[in-house]
Design a protein around this ligand. Structure first.
Ligand code: ATP
Ligand code: LTN
Length: 334
């Protein structure tokens, strides 16, 4: 369909302020891969409401996320950047795939366990079937590759299982997607608790660096990052705080962890933390500047939203019609 180009799909939820973890684990890889593939990057707002959201805030965050995609370097005229809720095929395919997914499989999902523990007052069915909607997102576009952070690996695996199960019954309907995980940065940990991943829904703002944090805030958070009393900069599991800072520095400077260890051999934690802060600031600065410019151009963003929703609807409708036919729904009369 795309002149032999392979297809890439990924998405993020508009559920909070984006963190450096989201950037280094996902967004940065999206930008690096975008010339090679035909790309669809969605703001997955249907997924967002599995946790209760304030409507005005969700709307604002969804738009802001779309602008961050552009500010990070995704050209909206070459990449399809759109809201999941503007393309009804996602929900329609998800329903069909629900009927090809077992309760037992969904029960094993660690994200469901984590999120239901965190939101014990609202363990809704959407939270449970969340991975099926994610499978529908990916399979609708016949994606070959899905760049995500390591925490999404289990969801990628269930997507492949669902697709293979469906294909085994109905023939080659879906492309079986591969996950893409970056070498460094696939799991950035909290600066305050390096045993936990850096998350946009963390209550402690000092644990996360937000993409919109100003330089002083970034530096302060880096300086306060929890480390250890070993007083040596080595890349090993016994020093999770330092390991995490090396990952961050390495991902921001494109140096390997080994090079970083060499660079800071014999230096103190204070000096290293400052260098990490500087490296993060220089990655965030151009993104923040582009974001500020985009904010002024409402008409341009509106145009992008409209055109890309149309493109995504068109492409996804091809798969959806095929699936509907395969399962036995009556064809549309033209
Ligand atoms: P929440 O805290 O609301 O669950 P989140 O910060 O985990 O959100 P998601 O929207 O679930 O973010 O994830 C968006 C993308 O960012 C996914 O590809 C995910 O794998 C990646 N990602 C999220 N957190 C990290 C992290 N700490 N390190 C690397 N990648 C991450
Ligand atoms: N579950 C993902 C967001 C997501 C996604 C997708 C990622 C929803 N649909 C399809 C890749 C492909 C997360 O990051 N929490």
């Amino acid at each position: 369909m795309f002149e032999g180009k392979k297809v890439l799909f990924s998405g993020m939820q508009a559920t909070g302020n984006l963190t450096l973890g989201n950037y280094l684990g996902a967004l940065r890889n999206w930008v690096n891969l975008c010339d090679e593939y035909e790309c669809f990057y969605s703001v997955v707002d249907l997924h967002s409401i599995t946790i209760r959201q304030d409507p005005a805030t969700l709307r604002k965050r969804a738009r802001s996320l779309l602008m961050i995609y552009i500010a990070a370097g995704l050209d909206p005229e070459k990449n399809c950047l759109y809201y999941q809720s503007h393309v009804s095929g996602h929900a329609e395919l998800a329903w069909i795939l629900d009927c090809f997914t077992y309760m037992g499989e969904l029960n094993r999902m660690t994200q469901f366990k984590d999120k239901s523990a965190k939101h014990a007052d609202n363990i809704n069915a959407g939270l449970f079937t969340y991975p099926v909607l994610m499978a529908a997102d990916i399979l609708l576009y016949q994606a070959d590759v899905v760049p995500v952070g390591i925490d999404q690996k289990q969801h990628l695996e269930i997507t492949r299982d669902i697709a293979q199960r469906f294909n085994a019954i109905y023939g080659d309907v879906f492309t079986i997607p591969e996950g893409y995980y970056g070498k460094v940065g696939a799991k950035i940990m909290s600066l305050q608790d390096p045993s936990k991943k850096m998350s946009k829904s963390d209550e402690n703002p000092n644990g996360s660096i937000y993409l919109m944090d100003d330089p002083d805030t970034v530096m302060r958070k880096c300086k306060r990052a929890v480390t250890d009393s070993e007083a040596q900069i080595l890349y090993r599991d016994e020093q999770p705080g330092i390991h995490n800072l090396i990952d961050i520095y390495s991902a921001c400077t494109s140096k390997t962890p080994e090079e970083v260890v060499k660079e800071f051999d014999g230096k103190g934690y204070g000096e290293f933390k400052m260098a990490v802060g500087e490296a993060v600031i220089s990655v965030l600065k151009p993104l923040q500047q582009r974001y500020a410019e985009l904010e002024k151009d409402k008409a341009y963003i509106d145009e992008i939203i409209k055109a890309n929703a149309e493109k995504a609807s068109y492409v996804s409708s091809k798969t959806l019609r095929k699936v509907q036919h395969k399962v036995g729904f009556p064809d549309r009369v033209r």
